[in-house]
Design a binder for this molecule. Structure first.
Ligand code: ZN
Length: 422
């Protein structure tokens, strides 16, 4: 007799339905003869390991409209609005907003989160709030915090000292924003500074890199070179890299080869970048995404990030990685049969590798962390941005949903509609 059996599970990547056993928090083998204290029939619903959010700015969530709306919706107005809002930031303000979003994320099946935290604040208020919250939620949602210098490392007064202080305070990852520094040379130096700091403390690196339409913004090559020189392969992530869409193809070819050689992880953020990039284009308007398919063809690990939830840069969202994946289907032209499955990997196994999540995946003997979608396949999960009906962490239910029931009155008869092909 085991604790729980999930019958008729459609485990991602497999065609046949299986039964998943859970006992003492761990996944165990189960068959038709296995008995359990509780049995749940999933009816062929899709089951994946936990969703992993590799790129969000938790310190800014839920601040949309404060102290004033971003009227144009542009990146630059967003930065100006945020600079005003940040003056009012308090420890309690950050914690209460983030507590709410972590609940939304858990309801979506997210159990591992990497958040950038603006450290261009002499008091490091947001980082202190999140370091304490990281301890509070450990075991339910695992938080990684990136020391993120929103105003630059060299271009911000005291930037280098604040980065070091942030690391000493407990940041897990060292960030950067080289394309925002005053000169190309400062950008290069900021990448070298961040990588050296991470190397010194044995930390990972995740840099906002080349988040611009300027095809002369070329700092990913510096990240790749430093990663190779320092032997930091697997510990370094380049986020956004939207300038790559504007590089000439000969340069992009050489760059992508070096990214693969360096073993960089890449994060694309389809929600924010689809609205923030291309703002100087009058038509055709560039899509604002890195070269996802070419990177993947070269064997590079590419992940999807959500980036913002209701902040000065992006007024929408509720923290669901599946929404971001849905947008990338369109703007990344990833509607091919195998690509739809790859998109699910880009919000699960790929970011788990980038974050270095230990013991990740659905296998007998592994911790029973999993997510059930109200959909029979990866394609249907994406198509419907399907609710997560059940989320387990260590074998315990940590979230569940009762999906909406839709009916139509057709010729005087009430009929149920499921949006699934019969
Ligand atoms: Zn970002």
């Amino acid at each position: 007799m085991i604790d729980l059996i999930l019958r008729n599970a459609r485990v991602t990547g497999q065609d046949a339905l299986t039964d998943l056993g859970v006992d003492q928090g761990v996944i165990v083998a189960a068959d038709a003869g296995t008995t359990a204290a509780e049995t749940i029939d999933l009816g062929g619903r899709l089951v994946t390991p936990p969703l992993v959010e590799p790129h969000i700015h938790l310190d800014a969530v839920l601040t949309v409209g404060q102290p004033r709306p971003n009227v144009s919706g542009s990146l630059f107005e967003g930065i100006a609005v945020w600079a005003e809002r940040v003056a009012d930031l308090t420890y309690e303000d950050v914690q209460s907003r983030v507590r709410q979003i972590l609940r939304w994320q858990l309801a979506c099946g997210v159990q591992h989160v990497r958040s950038h935290v603006d450290v261009c604040d002499p008091q490091l208020r947001a980082l202190r709030a999140l370091v304490d919250l990281r301890d509070e939620v450990r075991g339910l949602i695992d938080l990684q915090l990136v020391a993120f210098p929103q105003q630059g490392i060299l271009g911000f007064d005291g930037g280098q000292e604040l980065m070091r202080e942030a690391v000493e305070l407990g940041a897990d990852v060292v960030g950067g924003i080289p394309h925002y520094e005053l000169t190309r040379e400062d950008g290069v130096e900021s990448v070298q500074f961040a990588m050296a700091l991470a190397d010194e403390f044995g930390l990972q690196v995740d840099i906002h890199c080349d988040e611009t339409d300027d095809d002369h913004s070329r700092f990913v090559e510096v990240m790749a070179a430093e990663t190779i020189r320092r032997g930091m392969s697997g510990r370094v992530t380049a986020s956004h890299t939207t300038a790559m869409h504007s590089y000439n193809s000969a340069y992009a070819y050489r760059l992508i080869n070096n990214i693969a050689r360096a073993g960089l992880h890449m994060v694309t953020n389809p929600l924010d970048n689809s609205v923030l990039q291309g703002r100087f284009d009058t038509g055709p308007i560039r899509r604002g995404h890195t070269r996802v398919k070419q990177l993947q063809e070269a064997g590079v690990n590419v992940c999807i990030g959500h980036d913002s939830v209701m902040d000065p840069w992006y007024p929408l969202g509720y923290g669901d990685p599946l929404q971001a994946a849905f947008v990338l289907v369109h703007l990344g032209q990833m509607s091919g049969d195998a690509e739809l499955i790859r998109l699910i990997e880009m919000i699960t196994t790929n970011p788990a590798a980038a974050l270095g999540v230990p013991d990740y995946g659905l296998r007998a003997g592994g911790q029973a962390d999993l997510v059930v979608f109200d959909a029979p396949s990866e394609a249907d999960a994406l198509r419907l941005v399907a609710p997560r009906t059940l989320v387990l962490r260590g074998g315990k239910v940590v979230a569940r949903a009762t999906p909406a029931q839709h009916t139509v009155i057709w010729d005087g008869t009430e009929e149920q509609v499921t949006f699934l092909r019969r």
